[in-house]
Design a protein around this ligand. Structure first.
Ligand code: PHE
Length: 347
């Protein structure tokens, strides 16, 4: 074996014995490093003749390529082995069942709320939204319910200390009716100079608060207010609108409705609206679903409108109650307990 063949064989053996990339780099130095065996042979050629240099140089180069080839092959083999090891260590068992992520759904009150907006929207009603902390003017006085009026006791609520310039008491709104004043006042201002008064047709769903708590009352509940005002809007329109809403909301074409005389300071005349289902477990029973009436002239005036010209109706209905009737829920508190077994039934 020539000296070059021996070097090649030694290099191959040394590379094969290297178990890690670091070992391999050390082994490389022995043959190809600055003082490596092949490098030394190259240096030794200085003493040779030109002719000898050619043949010897070529031979050394062939040997060098062989050693480099063996080095590259071993490097690749070590890298492959490393990757293999890593893949094995990080292997995923794709047959393991994953952690369940329950699918969420909308709360029944949100479902009812959406439906209400959709149905009234289809009848041309705008949707308005307003503050839950309301001042005395909007919640009571503007609605023809002045301080010390006995009708205020119909709605006891939570009062809030606020620094108001006008030193007005603030409360958590007891109903969505303040939105009648807020919306109509803004509308009246906006259209003050219009030749023809554009009708107001709006619903205002939202949270309301009263000091009340049992199976059918909760201190926080939801109402939807309705208001339709124009130059020629009558009780007939209220009846058609609300009946149409109920038939659609409860999916009962045979549903019937009645007005029962009542009292609210902000409507005159006033009526409770009762409905009767034509089918289902509650069929045949009269169920109260809303308060309503023709908007009182004083209220129309407080909106900045002329009660001699503008008339119409308002109604207020409990969204929780509508949801209870639609979904057959008999205890209002279920809506607020957050029990997944209850809620998942509405997905
Ligand atoms: N705001 C009344 C209530 O909460 C309901 C109502 C609204 C009555 C509009 C008449 C007109 O009881």
């Amino acid at each position: 074996m020539s000296d070059l063949d021996t070097i090649i064989a030694n290099a191959q053996a040394a590379f094969a014995a290297a178990a890690t990339p670091a070992d391999l780099e050390n082994a490389k130095a022995v043959f190809l490093g600055k003082q490596g065996q092949l490098t030394e042979l190259m240096k030794g050629m200085a003493a040779l003749s030109v002719e000898e240099k050619k043949t010897r140089g070529a031979a050394i180069n062939v040997a060098k390529q062989a050693v480099e080839g063996a080095l590259t092959a071993r490097r690749q083999a070590l890298a492959d082995a490393e990757l293999d090891k890593q893949l094995k260590a990080e292997a995923l068992d794709v047959s393991l069942p994953g952690r369940q992520r329950g699918q969420g759904g909308l709360h029944p009150i949100a479902l009812a709320w959406d439906r209400i907006e959709q149905i009234f929207g289809s009848m041309g009603f705008d949707v308005a939204d307003g503050p839950e902390i309301e001042n005395d003017w909007f919640n009571f006085t503007a609605l023809n319910n002045p301080p010390n009026h006995p009708a205020r006791s119909m709605q006891d609520t939570f009062y809030v200390d606020m620094n108001d310039e006008e030193a007005q008491p603030y409360c958590l709104r007891t109903h969505t009716s303040p939105m009648q004043i807020r919306y109509a006042t803004a509308h009246a201002k906006k259209h003050a100079n219009d030749a023809v008064f554009p009708e107001i047709r709006v619903i205002a769903p939202g949270r309301t608060y009263r000091v009340d708590s049992d199976a059918t009352h909760s201190p926080m509940f939801h109402q939807v207010e309705g208001l339709w005002l124009g130059e020629n809007v009558s009780f007939k329109d209220l009846k058609i609108t609300f009946l149409n809403f109920c038939k659609t909301f409860f999916e009962d074409d045979g549903l019937v409705m009645r007005f029962r005389p009542s009292y609210f300071p902000f409507t005159e005349p006033s009526a409770e609206i009762d409905i009767q289902f034509s089918k289902g477990p509650l069929a045949g029973r009269w169920l109260e679903v809303a308060g309503s009436g023709q908007v009182h002239p004083t209220v129309v005036r407080n909106m900045g409108l002329d009660p001699e010209k503008i008339i119409g109706f308002a109604f207020g209905s409990g969204i929780d109650r509508l949801a209870m009737l639609r979904y057959g829920v008999n205890d209002l508190r279920l809506f607020f307990e957050g029990d997944v077994r209850f809620l998942s039934q509405f997905r």
